[in-house]
Write a protein that binds this ligand. Structure first.
Ligand SMILES: C=C1C[C@]23C[C@@]1(O)CC[C@H]2[C@@]12CCC[C@@](C)(C(=O)O1)[C@H]2[C@@H]3C(=O)O
Ligand SMILES: O=C(O)CCC(=O)C(=O)O
Ligand SMILES: [Fe+2]
Length: 357
């Protein structure tokens, strides 16, 4: 039943994309929150050169103030980013019936389908996705029975490079809080099981009435996002509103996720973000969703708590948190919170007043 519903939504999306919004009367898209274009604001998402001697300080500041930043000189080869983008393009260009052979199963995590958060929204989002957790082989074989190895090789190499970058970023993010990777035992001794999310946003005839991916925070420690040269990603900053994260050739976008928010005891807020669509250009993004090993409990670091700063969140494993997110979506973080707002400061991630749907 759940698989049928997912498949139906993908087919419905496919009909939207083919015929254009006007001709499809089944569902409207107009109720998704529209962009608040705010080009006059001086606020820009920070861009950090990871080879800068001050990188640690800059990363810490960006995490505290934005929860999102872009990185250059990150060490991931440009040609690998290009190969990954080409692999994503090839996948989404397949006929719908072929893509559905690798559809995500009802309780599965990997495969082709609509965004998981779609379940919380009455309107369709103008996007399709492909999630890879663990080996890509099983699904790739269904997509290209005879020629899947190239796709798999690119995925494996990409995951390897992303894992190295994620480790480097974790050490900068924690270092800036006075915490070393050795203080966080699992970070150096155990490997995590990240997810790779390929997102495709076809050109949309009426982009102001559609939403590519509705506002959400990632349930990760951090997310490394590669976007093609079509803009669409927007981040929300308290007091500023929605800000476009412009594509910079070769740069990668880093999001603070909910688990880093918990680990940092709220010092690094997870960023609310969304993806808009474009009238003429197809947009593609690849997100590397990095979290802790599945059996590890994440709770506020003891170095960051004392009597004045009590732990704000209870311990939670990544898999438990993903389950909570699947059930409570944007209330997930509050649902694992221990104390109410202190001294009148609300949890930055309650996103009161920001419509996410
Ligand atoms: C590890 C994961 C994070 C994610 C759920 C997933 O199991 C695999 C897909 C991820 C993704 C990507 C698009 C946005 C998001 C909210 C979604 O619906 O699927 C995230 C999930 C998340 O971070 O909670
Ligand atoms: O496409 C984008 O820019 C955003 C994708 C995203 O937020 C995600 O995959 O979690
Ligand atoms: Fe995201």
């Amino acid at each position: 039943m759940a698989q049928w519903k997912d498949t139906a939504r993908v087919l419905e999306f496919s009909a939207f994309a083919r015929k254009g919004i006007e001709k499809v009367k089944v569902r409207g898209l107009g109720d998704h929150e529209l962009p608040s274009h705010n080009s006059s604001t001086p606020d820009q998402v920070p861009v950090i050169n990871l080879e800068d001697p001050n990188a640690m300080k800059l990363v810490g500041h960006a995490c505290k103030t934005w929860g999102v930043f872009q990185v250059t000189n990150h060490g991931v080869p440009t040609n690998l980013l290009q190969q990954m983008e080409a692999a994503g393009r090839k996948l989404f260009a397949l006929p719908m019936q072929q893509k559905l052979k690798a559809a995500r199963s009802p309780n599965g995590v990997s495969g082709y389908g609509v965004a998981r958060i779609s379940a919380f929204f009455p309107k369709l989002m103008w996007s399709e996705g492909f999630t890879i957790v663990g080996s890509p082989y099983e699904h790739a074989r269904k997509l290209w029975p005879n020629r899947y190895s190239r796709f798999c090789d690119v995925i494996e190499e990409y995951k390897e490079e992303m894992n190295k970058l994620a480790q480097k970023l974790m050490s900068l993010m924690l270092g800036s809080l006075g915490v070393t990777m050795e203080d966080v035992k699992w970070a150096t001794t155990q490997r995590s099981c990240p997810a790779l999310q390929l997102n495709s946003y076809p050109a949309c005839p009426d982009p102001d009435r559609a939403m590519g991916l509705a506002a959400h925070t990632d349930s990760t420690l951090l997310t490394i996002l590669h976007q093609n040269n079509t803009s669409g990603l927007q981040a929300h900053k308290e007091g500023t509103g929605w800000v476009t994260v412009p594509p910079i050739p070769g740069a990668l976008v880093i999001n603070v996720g909910d688990l880093l928010h918990i680990l940092s005891n709220g010092l690094y807020p997870s960023v609310l973000h969304r993806a808009m669509v474009n009238r003429t250009q197809h947009r593609l993004s690849v997100a590397y969703l990095y979290g802790p090993p599945s059996n590890v409990e994440i709770s506020p670091l003891s170095k960051l708590t004392d009597q004045v700063h009590p732990p704000l969140y209870r311990a939670v494993t990544w898999s438990e948190y993903l389950g909570t997110k699947a059930k409570h979506f944007n209330k997930a973080l509050s649902s694992v919170r221990l104390c109410g707002p202190l001294n009148g400061f609300a949890d930055t991630n309650d996103h009161n007043g920001v419509r996410v749907g």
